[in-house]
Design a protein. Structure first.
Length: 152
């Protein structure tokens, strides 16, 4: 990857995030990890992705700190991919994408999966964006500013 193509060369946080975790397979791997999948063979079976693609995406997700590689929890010789704190913090992104898909990409009676909370067994509240004072915000209520690195 050329330096100009590096995720660290772009000033936009959205662009950097997409470079790090934004392709389909990476997000599906992370989704499966939230469902408890930890081994290469389990990801491959669940996703049906080619082994070379899976290996490449897992390598990148380890490099960017979404996963750590650890010993298998059952004591076998296998290695497991364990979500880091950084990886667990992708959860709201995945939930937001899920909720958008549920709302706009399925017909009312079409079969789909739903995400339920463990404590009550109910669907989640829609994810929303709020101001620091708790007011709901939409795109027209926000603006971007550039923050330059400051030297001391």
């Amino acid at each position: 990857m050329a330096e100009a193509d590096s995720p660290h060369s772009n000033e936009c946080p959205v662009a950097r995030t997409l470079e790090a975790i934004g392709d389909r397979w990476s997000l599906m791997i992370i989704r499966d990890a939230f469902d408890g999948i930890r081994r290469f063979s389990e990801f491959q079976k669940s996703l049906g992705v080619a082994k070379n693609i899976l290996a490449s995406r897992l390598k990148t997700l380890v490099e960017v700190g979404v996963f750590d590689i650890g010993p298998a929890s059952d004591g076998s010789a296998y290695k497991e991919y364990v979500l880091t704190e950084k990886g667990r913090e992708v959860f709201p992104i995945v939930v937001s994408m899920r909720q958008w898909g549920e709302r706009y990409l399925f017909k009312p009676q079409e079969t789909r999966s739903v995400l339920l909370d463990n404590a009550r067994g109910q669907t989640l509240m829609p994810i929303a964006v709020f101001s620091s004072s708790g007011q709901p915000l939409g795109p027209a209520d926000c603006h971007r500013v550039r923050i330059s690195a400051q030297t001391s």
